[in-house]
Design a protein around this ligand. Structure first.
Ligand code: DGT
Ligand code: CA
Ligand code: CA
Ligand code: ZN
Length: 575
């Protein structure tokens, strides 16, 4: 049973207890457990197997621990099953619609026998909902809008696609007179790997001008709402983009509010209330005097609450707030810390640009070194290199190192891991390369046991420095292979192999929670773009974003070290 399934059960329990009119503290306790489980970096099933205490999960006490263990071991939870029999089927689904609380849900289900979102939608369109006691046309229509918004949210798009839209909009609006501070807040700013909608923020002398320019953008296909200071549009592809403009002095609180996460903001708001302060997107109100304080920067906003500035990527409503209160937040890794890209393809295999072009682009990127890692011959489609072509490429690299100064080009290879875990290149050839990256490209639907045997054998090879894109997932479209992450981390530790944080937006692999766990265990980590053209070096920003979500500092990423130190931190130790 996956963590997400366990969380769903407890989330349903919280909803049902709320419907029952149970004590709010009890309901909140369950909601807290749900949030903890959703953000847990390890699988609970694994913890139970190892006999680890579940009370280390925030919000889990004796009683809930027992329930989780029962659920994980038997697949069922009697309390939950009983609770469900007390209510009509599907009632918790109705609660997922914002604006539908316990009372309305019960009304809809008892009066109209509605048990699904589809039935609800039909009943609204048919006019039955509006005729219910205390509902009316306006409320019914509002619910319909919420359902449509929910549908759009369900179709989350990969971060890379959303970021491209943000970049385009930013480029087009940047010259509107008087506009400042234009930035995407929300999940984009937090570098979540999928995005529900884009929330743009900015400040301006004349908000109306910016709103007009925004709703007139060529990529806008529909304007949902447009007012003096905010607007919502749909852009080509169906993605929703919201824009809000405020005066310059109030930007900090606006940005803080709409960056989220919702969970983070809830905890921050509670903290404010205890200090006699009420937080909003407009600023902080001192409840005693009723005075609204405006904040131009988020630093000042957090400062007022006695907190260090909290980076967006770790605003999850967990440990970050207490640590900020104690001034103990780590300094997270930044783009400028990365000293070289370690996974780069050229036109010798399936890259678009020549070795020389890639090396020069890496230099322009400000890197101290770059490792060229074309595919090995098993990838016939990618025109992979055989022993002879590896030798030629090494000679070419030596020549280029003499020709291009200011960057060190290293020889490497992305060697294919065969079905039996052997490598697609003789050991003596690999031993002669500076850095060896190994990865799986076929047989991705194999079961866990076979997959783990294959990966383990490959990374036990003393020549393999880095195991790349560890789960082989693709965003969107390909589920991760059956990799037992905990076992992988242990093997990486035992063999001194590094795991790759693949920064390509179509991979982001390792993902945030796995990075968090690997770092915690002390697994060596590297960050690479898997560039197939010169522009792809820019992907590093996504890698940095997800590494920050995993609480990585520069010291946690091997390629933030200068060349010599980097090489000696690899398995081969620079030999
Ligand atoms: P998404 O769009 O699903 O990828 O995720 P977000 O985090 O961008 O969520 P979104 O677009 O619904 O809202 C943006 C941020 O605005 C969210 O992270 C927190 C804040 N926010 C939105 N609605 C509420 C609300 O009802 N209460 C509070 N406290 N904050 C909210
Ligand atoms: Ca959003
Ligand atoms: Ca939004
Ligand atoms: Zn590659």
């Amino acid at each position: 049973m996956k963590n997400s399934e366990i969380a769903k059960v407890f989330s349903d329990i919280a909803d049902l207890l709320e419907l029952k009119g149970e004590n709010v503290f009890k309901v909140r306790a369950y909601q807290k457990v749900v949030r903890s489980i959703e953000h847990l970096p390890v699988e609970i099933e694994q913890m139970v197997k190892e006999g680890r205490s579940l009370r280390e999960i925030p919000g889990v006490g004796d009683a809930i621990e027992k329930k989780i263990i029962e659920l994980v071991t038997t697949g069922k939870l009697p309390v939950y099953e009983e609770l469900k029999t007390e209510f009509p089927k599907g009632i918790t689904t109705l609660l997922e619609v914002p604006g539908i609380g316990p009372k309305t849900a019960r009304l809809l289900s008892t009066e109209l026998d509605i048990g699904s979102i589809e039935e609800l939608e039909a009943a609204i369109v048919g006019g039955q909902v509006a005729r219910l006691y205390r509902m009316g046309d306006k409320t019914a229509e509002n619910i319909l809008h919420q359902i449509q918004a929910l549908r759009r949210k369900d179709q989350r798009i990969p971060l890379g696609e959303a970021m491209a839209v943000v970049d385009e909009i930013t480029a087009r609006l940047k010259d509107v007179p008087g506009l400042r501070n234009l930035i995407a807040a929300g999940s984009v700013r937090r570098f979540r790997e999928t995005i529900g909608d884009i929330d743009m923020m900015g400040t301006a002398d004349d908000a109306g001008k910016v709103i007009h320019a925004f709703t007139s953008l060529p990529q806008v296909t529909e304007v949902i709402a447009s007012g003096g200071t905010k607007a919502s549009v749909i852009v080509a592809g169906g993605l929703q983009v919201d824009l809000r403009i405020v005066e310059h002095e109030a930007f900090g609180s606006l940005l803080q509010y709409f960056t989220g996460s919702k969970e983070h903001n809830i905890v921050i708001r509670e903290r404010g209330r205890r200090q006699g302060l009420s937080l909003s997107e407009y600023g902080i109100t001192d409840l005693k005097t009723g005075w609204l304080e405006k904040y131009a920067s988020e630093e000042a906003f957090y400062g007022r609450l006695g907190l260090q500035y909290i980076p967006p990527e770790i605003r999850e409503g967990g440990a970050e707030i207490d640590m900020a209160a104690q001034g103990r937040l780590p300094g997270l890794v930044e783009m400028g810390d990365i000293k070289g890209d370690l996974h780069v393809h050229t036109s010798a295999s399936d890259g678009r640009d020549t070795l020389e072009a890639m090396a020069r682009a890496a230099k322009e990127h400000g890197y101290e070194y770059v490792v060229i890692t074309d595919h090995s011959k098993a990838l016939g489609m990618a025109h992979g290199l055989d022993t002879e072509r590896v030798k030629q490429q090494k000679a070419e690299i030596e020549g280029l190192n003499r020709k291009i100064g200011g960057i060190r080009i290293l020889s490497g290879m992305e060697v294919d891991i065969r079905a039996d875990g052997s490598l697609d290149m003789p050991d003596e050839v690999l031993a002669g390369l500076d850095v060896v990256v190994a990865s799986v490209h076929s047989g991705l639907t194999e079961g866990e046991e076979k997959m783990m045997r294959r990966i383990t054998r490959a990374i036990e090879n003393p020549n393999v420095d880095i195991y790349a894109h560890p789960t082989c997932r693709l965003l969107p479209g390909r589920e991760p292979a059956a990799v037992n992450m905990e076992a992988l981390f242990q093997t990486a530790l035992r063999t001194g192999s590094a795991l790759e944080i693949n920064a390509s937006p179509s991979r982001l692999d390792l993902k945030d929670v796995h990075i968090y766990r690997a770092r915690e265990l002390g697994v060596k980590l590297v960050m690479s773009t898997d560039a197939h053209s010169t522009e792809h070096f820019g992907f590093i920003r996504f890698g940095v974003g997800i590494a920050r979500r995993g609480w990585c500092e520069a010291k946690d990423i091997l390629n933030s070290k200068p060349l010599d130190e980097f090489l000696s931190s690899l398995k081969k130790g620079g030999v």
